[in-house]
Every structure is written in structure tokens, then in C-alpha cells.
Write a protein that binds this ligand. Structure first.
Ligand SMILES: Cc1cc2nc3c(=O)[nH]c(=O)nc-3n(C[C@H](O)[C@H](O)[C@H](O)COP(=O)(O)OP(=O)(O)OC[C@H]3O[C@@H](n4cnc5c(N)ncnc54)[C@H](O)[C@@H]3O)c2cc1C
Ligand code: FES
Length: 255
């Protein structure tokens, strides 16, 4: 089921001023049914006209709230950052497929790059609730542009890479994962920039991997086909409807 509701904003706080914000919204219907990896289409204001796809960062069924973690990039996310508690937010969701959540025999690995970490937190919570042991690898450009580490460190062992080496290991997540025995994990999940996902696809024979893809979304509801991505069997699928989560082996990054 998909809802179109006016959620009431409970809080909208900067984690890093003018850069990354965490918004909590009172939204019982979506909180009741949302799965980790699903996203919302949010009306951020009269301009831009199009709704913006934003992942669900956390769901609290008891408090009947959902949270989003978002990075200010342009007019839509700038508008979002200016909203205040008690204002209404026009949301459609939950949309798309979610990640697989179940009890695995061995550890699970979460791999996030930049704002791609957003859908992985609720996933980590649900995997932990299911009794899994979790390791997390996150990549950012620098210490000053790293965020939400306190959330992820609660889920399990967290290792961070930054491009300039100002926090954790210098380089991308590859600098960390190249030292990992990936076959010791039963499952890996990733979301982040396309170069990171392309690199991870090269590892898909070593670990069962699910990727959450980003694509430009016009409608977010399966109607406009602006979000299609190529599959390894030569077909195309809609990231908003059949995705955003796909098995790595299904997805082709070839042009
Ligand atoms: C499934 C999905 C989940 C996402 N989850 C998050 C999240 O949790 N947090 C977060 O900060 N960002 C998330 N994004 C990215 C977010 O949608 C864009 O950053 C946002 O739309 C930018 O809009 P803007 O008006 O602020 O900036 P603009 O200046 O309009 O765009 C900046 C960049 O954002 C991307 N973008 C713009 N419009 C869209 C659109 N309609 N669909 C997809 N990409 C767009 C483009 O790459 C563009 O170059 C997600 C995207 C997708 C597809
Ligand atoms: S965004 Fe319109 S079909 Fe996916």
C-alpha cells in the first residue's frame, strides 16, 4: 500500500549546518508498513515542481514516526532544510522495494558512501533485531563532511574511510574492503555513488550483494520511465518500482 499524507514535522535539525539534516516526521501509516531500503517522494515546496526521492533513515513504529537524513544539494533539499517543527510535509510512500532482512548464519556487511548511508541505518537496526552480527564500512570525503557515525557505531563494528585521510583509513571504501575476507559474510548491502557501486559489482562473486541504486526520478511511481537502469540480461527495470534495491548480479553498469 502507498500513502499520500501530510506528515507533521517533529524536528528538522542540522547535523552539519547547511549540509546534512535529520528530519523526524509524525507519520503513522508509513511507519507501520515501511521496509528498510524504501523511499519517499517529498513535495519540498512550489519550486521545484517535482517531488524529491529521499530514503527512509529510521522508522519508529511505537512513536509512529519516520526520519530522513538528507544532504542539501539544490533548491528542493534547501527548501526541506528550512522547514520547522509543526509544519506539514506532503509525502508519498513508502515506495520501491526493500533490502532482504532475515537471520543469517554469519555476519552481514553494510557499505555506504556519502549520503548513500541513509537507507542503511534502518536496515542495520532491523538486521540487528533479527539477531545478526553486523560490520559497517562507510566512506566520506573528509572528517568535516562525515556524519551519523554515532548512529552506525551502535549497530556493530564501524570502519570509516575518508578521501583525504582526515578520519579513518585514507581512500575510498575500497581501501578498507581490499583487506576483507568477503566470503566470511553471508550478505552485503550497499548504497552510495555509482563509482562505488561499480567497484562493488566486481566483488559480487565473493559475497551475496544487494545494491540500492540512485537514478533521476520524474514521478517515483513507475509511470514516467525516467529512472530505468540496465540489467545484465539486457532488459531495463525502473529503479523507483522494481528497485531501488537490486541483487548486484542483476544490474549492469555497462553503457
Ligand atoms: C531512491 C533515492 C533515494 C534517495 N535518498 C536520499 C536520501 O536519503 N538523502 C538525500 O540527501 N538524498 C537522497 N537522494 C537524492 C535526492 O533525491 C537528491 O539529492 C535531490 O533530489 C536533489 O534535489 P535538489 O532540488 O535539492 O537539487 P538539484 O539541484 O535539483 O539536484 C542536485 C542533484 O540531485 C540529483 N537529483 C535531482 N533531482 C532528482 C530526482 N528527482 N531524482 C533523483 N535524483 C535527483 C541529481 O543528481 C542532481 O544533479 C535519493 C535519490 C534516490 C533516487
Ligand atoms: S521515476 Fe517515473 S518511472 Fe521511475
Amino acid at each position: 500500500m502507498i500513502f499520500k499524507n501530510n506528515g507533521i514535522i517533529i524536528s528538522n535539525e542540522p547535523i552539519i549546518e547547511d549540509f546534512v539534516y535529520l528530519m523526524k516526521i509524525n507519520e503513522k501509516n508509513i511507519a507501520d508498513i515501511a521496509k528498510p531500503g524504501q523511499f519517499l517522494e517529498i513535495k519540498t515546496g512550489s519550486v521545484p515542481l517535482l517531488r524529491k526521492p529521499i530514503s527512509i533513515f529510521e522508522v519508529d513504529k511505537v512513536a509512529e514516526t519516520i526520519s530522513i537524513l538528507y544532504q542539501v544539494k539544490g533548491p528542493g533539499t534547501k527548501n526541506l532544510s528550512e522547514l520547522k517543527a509543526n509544519q506539514q510535509l506532503d509525502i508519498i510512500g513508502p515506495l520501491g522495494t526493500g533490502f532482504t532482512v532475515k537471520k543469517f548464519d554469519n555476519k552481514c556487511l553494510l557499505i555506504g558512501g556519502g549520503i548513500g548511508i541513509a537507507p542503511l541505518y534502518d536496515l542495520g537496526l532491523k538486521l540487528k533485531e533479527s539477531g545478526n552480527e553486523i560490520e559497517i564500512v562507510l566512506g566520506f570525503s573528509s572528517k568535516d563532511t562525515s556524519y551519523a557515525l554515532d548512529y552506525f557505531s551502535k549497530l556493530g563494528t564501524l570502519t570509516v574511510a575518508t578521501m583525504d585521510g582526515s578520519l579513518g583509513i585514507k581512500g575510498t571504501v575500497e581501501a578498507i574492503l581490499s583487506n576483507y575476507e568477503l566470503n566470511t559474510f553471508d550478505k552485503a548491502y550497499a548504497c552510495g555513488p555509482e563509482p562505488m557501486l561499480k567497484y562493488l559489482k566486481t566483488l559480487e562473486d565473493k559475497v551475496n550483494l544487494e545494491l540500492s541504486l540512485e537514478a533521476y526520478m520524474g514521478c517515483g511511481l513507475g509511470a514516467c520511465l525516467s529512472c530505468v537502469c540496465k540489467m545484465t540480461d539486457g532488459t531495463y527495470k525502473r529503479v523507483c518500482k522494481e528497485g531501488p534495491v537490486f541483487k548486484s548480479k542483476e544490474v549492469s553498469f555497462d553503457e
